[in-house]
Design a protein around this ligand. Structure first.
Ligand SMILES: [Zn+2]
Length: 101
């Protein structure tokens, strides 16, 4: 008599097969998400979050400020808001005078 797997075993192996394929799919999705993130990062790097035009970066007192070439929005990197908020008014005036036309 040929050995016949029981229903339980078949179910078990089917589930293992499913888990294996699911894991592969999940890895594919994660890879896609990473690639998409990278693509978006490259697409948006140094672009204005408001209007999408090029940002111009200036360095002032050790921190970098990005100013939009189109809508004139000013963007700060992480932690820079605190640095700017610690500047005395004179320093702030100087910073913004860099941008003045
Ligand atoms: Zn802009």
């Amino acid at each position: 008599m040929a050995w016949k797997p029981s229903e339980k075993e078949e179910e078990y192996y089917a589930r293992i097969e499913f888990e294996k394929k699911k894991k592969l799919e999940e890895e594919k999705h994660q890879k896609l998400a990473r690639e998409e993130k990278q693509r978006l990062k490259e697409l948006h790097f140094m672009k204005c979050p408001k209007c999408g035009m090029e940002l111009i970066e200036i360095e002032y007192r050790g921190f970098k400020v990005d100013k939009c070439s189109e809508c004139e929005g000013v963007w700060l990197d992480a932690g820079e808001l605190e640095t700017v908020s610690n500047l005395e008014k004179k320093g702030l005036d100087k910073l913004f005078s860099v941008f003045r036309k």
